[in-house]
Design a protein around this ligand. Structure first.
Ligand code: FAD
Length: 343
């Protein structure tokens, strides 16, 4: 063990200097860029400032020149556009092959992906192929001012603490990042950048999976991530029938209805309304939390809201620690009064 420690401490890490630049693996579905990719470019720009680095996006698919230009307009300095008919829709094997080949050749220092279904599938595959680490589901990124390495923060131990993870000895440093957390940049059509088109050959062994059909989920009736106002109800609402109070308040303020996991688990409302660590991450202008205690897993999904109003009958409820305005009392009395006042 001692010998191993000495060997590690004397290990030549100079190869790390060959890696530079921040990459975002942009994601598209049927030619439409996902918001998380735009958010990641915004975040990469922020990190690039601290490292004096360039931001490169990688876009994989077919016939995506317009989308590559959009990535430049949103903050990328350069886009690698990998196009081939076989790459039109996401498949693990060919995407892993073409992206890992490009990373091996170009040696980026940091690679970011969205923590989407595809990103969660692709990220670990790439990391294993490149013999490096990956931090999944990050909610915060930064650059260490002394070591200049990527600080990757994510909830750990069921959300009870935030862990900051580093990858000191391998490159690239890789992270998947939750959608809806990072700030995107405004589109600037005057931005210029380089688009490098590549038509990679796909190895036969990597196209053994064929897509027979794509069956779309019915479109969610709500879009919490882009809502400006959210009125969310928790177990304090008391029973499913009382949820009409939350809906009425949401209607009055022209907002969407959110919920804690407790009420989703109770079956009072569908999962698509759940906010938090295992639900949606939201950042509306106004979040009104009604009868929600403010568990760390709930806060993880809404604490970046601009203004938070909490209604809770328990003055000690943790939600009051993060709210801008707190109302202590019974929501069944307060909400009707609020509706009367606003309407
Ligand atoms: P409670 O904690 O029971 O709080 C109810 C609140 O209502 C209390 O503060 C009470 O004072 C108040 N109240 C009661 N009656 C009234 C009234 N008449 N008027 C006003 N206030 C009243 N939770 C999430 O929300 N989202 C997640 O994504 C999520 N993911 C999780 C992931 C993991 C791995 C784990 C372990 C847990 C997760 N949870 C999540 C669950 C979380 O820990 C809490 O259990 C949950 O958020 C509690 O929901 P609640 O605040 O509605 O209920």
């Amino acid at each position: 063990e001692a010998i191993e420690l000495i060997t590690n401490s004397q290990k030549d890490n100079s190869y790390l200097n060959q890696y530079e630049g921040i990459w975002v693996l942009a994601e598209q579905r049927e030619g439409e860029l996902l918001n998380v990719s735009i958010e990641l470019i915004g975040e990469a720009r922020k990190l690039a400032k601290k490292k004096d680095a360039n931001v490169t996006a990688v876009l994989v698919g077919n016939n995506l020149s317009e989308q590559a230009k959009t990535l430049i307009n949103r903050g990328a300095d350069k886009v690698f556009l990998l196009e081939n008919k076989e790459l039109e829709n996401y498949r693990t094997e060919p995407y892993t092959q073409v992206i890992s080949d490009l990373i091996k050749e170009e040696k980026p220092e940091i690679v970011l992906l969205g923590a989407t279904n595809n990103g969660r599938d692709l990220g670990p595959r790439l990391a294993a192929r490149l013999d490096t680490g990956l931090t999944a589901d990050c909610t915060e990124l930064d650059i260490d001012s002394e070591e200049e390495i990527l600080l990757q923060t994510r909830p750990a131990f069921g959300g009870n603490l935030m862990a900051t993870i580093v990858c000191p000895e391998h490159r690239p440093q890789m992270a998947t990042v939750r959608p809806g957390v990072m700030m995107e940049l405004e589109e600037d059509s005057n931005r210029t950048g380089e688009i490098i088109k590549i038509e990679p050959e796909i190895e036969e062994k990597n196209i053994i999976t064929k897509i027979k059909d794509i069956i779309k989920e019915p479109k969610a009736s709500i879009n919490l991530e882009s809502a400006n106002i959210i009125v969310a109800g928790g177990r304090g609402v008391g029973c499913p029938e009382n949820f009409s109070l939350i809906e009425e308040l949401a209607q009055t303020v022209d907002g969407e209805v959110g919920a804690s996991r407790a009420v989703v688990d109770e079956g009072w409302i569908q999962k698509e309304h759940q906010v938090g660590q295992t639900g949606k991450t939201v950042k509306p202008t106004l979040y009104i939390a009604c009868g929600i205690s403010g568990a760390i897993q709930h806060k993880a999904g809404m604490q970046n809201s601009d203004y938070i109003i909490a209604i809770n009958k328990d003055p000690e409820a943790p939600i009051f620690d993060i709210c801008d305005y707190g109302i202590v009392g019974d929501l069944k009395e307060i909400i009707p009064e609020l509706i009367d006042e606003i309407a």
